[in-house]
Design a protein around this ligand. Structure first.
Ligand code: HEM
Length: 541
């Protein structure tokens, strides 16, 4: 009886302190493993940030204020340093040169993602491209994404983006306090049309709820350190670990829910193709060609779903971050008005053709992306071969992080790095894509779209969305903080979790004049009457 009690007590302890217990077990296993397999090259690993025994920096990944810590380490250790979480080594790259060299020039071996049994294999069924290791399925999927998202295709989508941007302006006139949701509606509607051919005219609808349910689950599995098995992948097949952990069950249920949503979108499109009501869209082309491309139906449905996932919240949170950042420097709003009045005037709204003549607005886009990369940690790649960089050994299977919190806040390149100063880009001639292709990494604007073979496939589409909406918002509206609602411009102003999505905040958005308001309303009324026609777009299979 007493022995039984002791065992139950132990079991309860293990269940309640599961993360700690698994780390301790992992620690012992690691020590034994290290002694047996000592490799002399490990003397040349990059400098290590000291941490607690075994746990090391695992808990850093649970912290909301990782960016200042990551920046501080870069200041202390220089271009490259190392941390550990569980048994995994993280190599942090803190200079544009190192990211250029490893992610871009050596992309043949730095384009993978680390093993994530929970996030990738179970919760995703191996079908989420952003988490996929560098393998044949990734290459096939990436080739499909590539064709949908070329610069030329992005040009074609301007019809859709222009139309949705007009609705966004009128939504802002009608319900300015809901700007946060309007930006989200805009981004979702553009991607739904490209992918499935249908619009999202209202934010409050089942399609949006479903996609945000998917994103909510994605955040839960994606958050570094959240799942022990993703910190110590060797546990995935460990019978003792699996006796205590329900990760497989949770992972499967996440996958089944996401799969049901992506298959519902896919099947709805299929039914509309069968009854002849489907709009022209990329998904329609993929429905007839996925088998030829070596994909099964579920993979094809997840490619479509993947576009929604990768393209909607990234774009809308950048737009919402822009509003917050612009409020941190009201002078930037005045300068934007001045530029738009001079170049565009008040008798028409800005168009895509104005982009080259609006360097301050382009600067607003770049400055937002510099200050608000999409997560609080960095851009993670994984190397598939042992490698050396400047005398440092980088073991195969490391998580190699582009530390954008160091690179994009380097005071030598960006004086007053925490300030939103779009003017610093006035003489910068390159688009994000051109900048990413420059051989000298120090000339790149920012690394917020990632790098190498994994670089954001949708950056051309994203850039156009950011430009047109920021230009229109600045052209048509004044923006100001609201008395009694203090704003937090620091990283603490972001929602909990790994993303840099701002917490909802208040902002007074008012039309600049009756003339501006009338123009925005008239052009939306006309656009609504004419409808949107993108039948000219040719998606290749
Ligand atoms: C402001 C908006 C956006 C930002 C900041 C952004 C950023 C990123 C980043 C950092 C990555 C990972 C890159 C890497 O690992 O090196 C990525 C991947 C990706 N993005 Fe974007 N993105 C944005 C919008 C979009 C849009 C609009 C689309 C599609 C329409 C899109 C499609 C993708 C896809 C398909 C991938 C996966 C690439 C792969 O793993 O091979 N993104 N994005």
């Amino acid at each position: 009886m007493a022995a039984n009690d002791r065992f139950s007590g132990l079991l309860l302890f293990v269940q309640h302190h599961f993360f700690l217990s698994t780390l301790v077990i992992a620690g012992f296993a690691l020590v034994g493993y290290k002694i047996a397999t000592y490799d002399k090259r490990h003397r040349h690993l990059p400098p290590e940030v000291p941490g607690w025994p075994i746990v090391n920096q695992t808990l850093l990944q649970q912290q909301e204020d990782a960016p200042p810590i990551l920046r501080g380490w870069a200041e202390k250790y220089g271009e490259i340093f190392r941390t550990k979480a569980g048994v995994t080594t993280f190599i942090w790259l803190n200079s544009p040169e190192s990211v250029k060299e490893l992610f871009d020039r050596r992309s043949a071996i730095y384009s993978s993602r680390h093993e994530m049994p929970m996030a990738f294999q179970y919760a995703t069924g191996g079908k989420r491209i952003t988490l996929s290791p560098y393998n044949a399925i990734w290459r096939t999927s990436r080739a499909v994404f590539h064709k949908v998202l070329t610069p030329k295709m992005a040009e074609e989508y301007s019809v859709i983006q222009g139309f949705e941007a007009k609705q966004l302006s009128v939504d802002l006139l009608n319900k300015p306090r809901d700007f946060y949701k309007h930006n989200r509606r805009y981004a979702a509607s553009v991607i739904f049309q490209v992918t499935y051919g249908w619009r999202i005219p209202e934010w409050d609808c089942d399609d949006v709820r479903n996609i945000f349910d998917v994103l909510g689950r994605f955040v839960q599995v994606r958050r570094p350190g959240q799942w022990t098995v993703d910190v110590v992948p060797g546990f995935a097949d460990d019978p003792i670990f699996n006796m205590f952990s329900n990760w497989k069950k949770v992972g499967r249920s996440f996958h089944d829910k996401d799969n049901a949503i992506f298959m519902e979108f896919w099947n709805r499109l299929k039914r509309s193709i069968e009854d002849g009501t489907a709009a022209h869209c990329f998904g329609k082309v993929l429905q007839s060609s996925y088998e030829k491309q070596g994909l099964n139906e579920s993979q094809a449905a997840w490619i479509c779903g993947g576009l929604l996932e990768a393209g909607s919240e990234t774009t809308s949170s950048t737009l919402n971050n822009f509003i917050l950042l612009a409020l941190s420097n009201p002078e930037s709003i005045r300068l934007a008005h001045e530029e738009l009045d001079r170049v565009v005037g008040t008798s028409r709204t800005p168009t895509f053709a104005d982009e080259r003549d609006l360097p301050f607005i382009r600067g607003m886009v770049k400055e937002t992306l510099r200050l608000r990369p999409i997560n609080k940690f960095g851009n993670n790649h994984c190397n598939t071969e042992d490698d050396w960089y400047k005398g440092y050994f980088i073991p195969k299977g490391s998580i190699v992080m582009a530390n954008w919190w160091a690179i994009q806040f380097d005071p030598n390149r960006f004086p007053e790095p925490d300030k939103f100063l779009p003017g610093r880009w006035l003489d910068y001639p390159y688009t994000a894509a051109q900048a990413a292709a420059i051989a000298d990494g120090t000339k790149r604007d920012h690394f917020t779209y990632g790098g190498g073979r994994r670089i954001c496939a949708g950056m051309h589409v994203a850039e156009k969305s950011l430009f047109i909406n920021i230009a229109r918002l600045m052209w048509g509206f004044d923006m100001a903080a609201v008395d009694g609602f203090p704003l937090d411009f620091t990283i603490k102003g972001m929602q909990p979790g790994s993303g840099t999505i701002p917490k909802p905040f208040e902002c007074a958005i008012t039309p600049r004049s009756e003339q501006h308001e009338r123009l925005m309303r008239d052009e939306w009324a006309q656009a609504e009457e004419e409808g949107i026609d993108f039948s000219h777009i040719k998606w290749s299979s």
